[in-house]
Design a protein around this ligand. Structure first.
Ligand code: HEM
Length: 375
């Protein structure tokens, strides 16, 4: 009895010490379940929230408006590998801090760019499950930030979109492979390649022909330079659609030009800035239209990876997982990664993961069978 009272006092003291000693961004790796719980009690646990409803008005409209002016970055604000989310944050469609809830991201990509609702759900909840903080319901669109609050214990990452390997991947258009340099900042050398190719095959604009050749060039470069180059699920899917996003979303909604002006493209990619008077497109799009088919068909691609040495690119026979439909394979991949990051979640964390897994399933529910890793 006495011993157990003593133990309780000790445990309380430990909880107090932890509450004081740990910074919100410190890893909780190696702590026991009780220690983690004691720490979690010192922060606000928001947990999973229902996905927001689609926006009602999907007409073309001015989005670089008086209420959403571009502002330069301050030292504590996060920007990362996604020019779309960066611009939304720098115009105040997302919190300018670059730290947002998944619901805020789903609504902002619709409001700012007219991204189609289901695509917004799919991309956002995929990223949030693997890079967000499921306890505080916040994600950094860039690097690790104290604003997202204390993370669940390792192997959970909760370290933002800059995190390599779960969502962010190799052979990006304007960012280096993580193994070769900075995977999230604008890279001038790579952007010059985009300019050169657009001048050669796009008539001085970034159009589908340019997108197809930039995609292929970046693929070939990673095969030749990155021994650990990974280009299978999910990267095999995201790498193609991202090449057409600038054409689909960064061209002014009033324009009939099928190509993107390169200065406008640079301002989005380098400065997170929309052009003056920018209008979003007039119809919702997921970005997976004829442009995507064109880019994928322009060269021969297979999902795969380098085997630890350059130029060893090998087909990945497991790229479909247990699925026969590519979208369901993508869904399964993110569920599996979530399970790897959260081997045995309990309590609030388990509830939050399940809510976000439900949200992630919404956009694929007509095609795929739901997976319940934590029933
Ligand atoms: C819906 C939520 C979104 C999330 C969570 C997200 C996340 C990301 C991430 C993690 C990357 C880096 C992938 C890589 O290259 O390794 C990326 C790239 C990219 N994203 Fe987004 N994104 C979202 C929406 C958008 C939107 C609405 C646009 C356009 C308006 C956009 C445009 C792009 C482009 C063009 C790239 C490629 C950048 C490059 O390869 O240099 N994204 N996004």
């Amino acid at each position: 009895m006495f011993l157990s009272v003593q133990f309780t006092i000790l445990a309380l003291q430990l909880a107090n010490v932890l509450a004081v000693a740990l910074n919100p961004y410190d890893s909780l790796a190696g702590l026991t379940r009780d220690e983690v719980d004691a720490f979690a009690r010192t922060v606000k646990v928001v947990g999973g929230q229902p996905a927001p409803a689609p926006i009602a008005d999907t007409s073309m409209k001015l989005v670089n408006d008086a209420a959403h002016p571009w502002m330069p970055l301050t030292a504590d604000q996060q920007r990362g590998p996604c020019p779309g989310l960066n611009a939304l944050a720098s115009h105040g469609w997302l919190p300018r801090s670059g730290v947002a809830t998944p619901g805020e991201i789903v609504t902002a990509v619709q409001n700012g760019f007219n991204m189609e609702y289901n695509r917004a759900l799919l991309v956002t909840y995929a990223a949030f499950l693997v890079n967000g903080n499921l306890l505080t319901n916040l994600m950094s669109i860039g690097g690790i930030s104290r604003l997202t609050g204390p993370a669940p214990p390792a192997p959970a990452l909760a370290s933002g979109l800059n995190t390599h390997g779960t969502f962010e991947g190799d052979a990006s258009l304007s960012r280096s492979d993580a193994a070769l340099g900075d995977n999230h900042s604008f890279n001038e050398t790579l952007f010059q390649q985009i300019i050169d190719i657009s001048n050669k095959v796009g008539g001085g604009r970034y159009n589908v022909s340019a997108a197809a050749e930039v995609r292929f060039q970046r693929f070939q470069q990673s095969v030749a330079e990155n021994p650990g180059f990974f280009f299978s699920t999910p990267r095999f899917n995201t790498a193609f659609i991202e090449t057409v996003f600038p054409i689909v979303f960064f061209i002014d909604g009033r324009s009939t030009d099928p190509g993107l002006d390169l200065d406008v493209m640079r301002d989005f990619f380098q400065n997170s800035r929309m052009p003056p008077d920018f209008h979003r497109r007039g119809t919702p799009s997921g970005g997976s239209d004829e442009e995507l088919d064109f880019v994928m068909a322009a060269h021969d691609y297979v999902p795969g990876f380098n085997n630890g040495t350059v130029n060893s690119f090998t087909f990945d026979p497991n790229f479909m997982g247990t699925q026969t439909d590519t979208l369901c394979a993508l869904y399964e991949k993110f569920v599996n990664t979530t399970m790897e990051l959260y081997p045995s979640p309990q309590g609030d964390l388990r509830d939050a993961i399940n809510t976000n897994l439900d949200n992630f399933f919404i956009p694929v529910s007509t095609r795929c069978t739901q997976i319940f890793p934590f029933p």
